[in-house]
Design a protein around this ligand. Sequence first.
Ligand code: PNS
Length: 158
Amino acid sequence: MDKIAVFPGSFDPFTVGHESIVKRALPLFDRVIIAVGENAEKKNLFTIEARMNMIAKVFEGDSRVVVTRYSGLTVEFCRSHGARYILRGLRTAADFEYERAMGHMNWKMAPEIDTVFLLTSTEHTPINSTIVRDIIKNGGDASMFVPAVISISDYLGK
Ligand code: PNS
């Protein structure tokens, strides 16, 4: 049976930190599904299509990585795709508390699914999508925070 991990998130935008987590997870799993959450209540900078397209570009040609959108519970999405693992990156102690709560709640709802945490590499620890979004909104250069193949201006307003 294939070992499938779901990497869920808002990815608004997808950062070098996210890219690194997926690349480091690939030797551990047969397939990684990057699942872009559709949350109508969240005010996103990039549309869901733009987020999916930018991520697909990063992993173009790698059939082990699948990019898709989803709504509803992450554990239900995992079940419907035969995934037994949820993949999340951990940067700081503050991340840990949030992730611990989500991990425990997901585990209560779906004990057959384990959350696997990878510590971000040291150079990516300060990078988070909220701050990257703020830099973009204020006209700053965010190119160093997103994967090299992503040209932010191609995805804004799309
Ligand atoms: O990148 P984010 O915004 O930290 O991702 C959060 C996400 C999408 C993983 C989380 O909000 C989520 O799992 N949403 C789906 C709804 C759900 O399953 N909620 C219960 C989680 S305990």
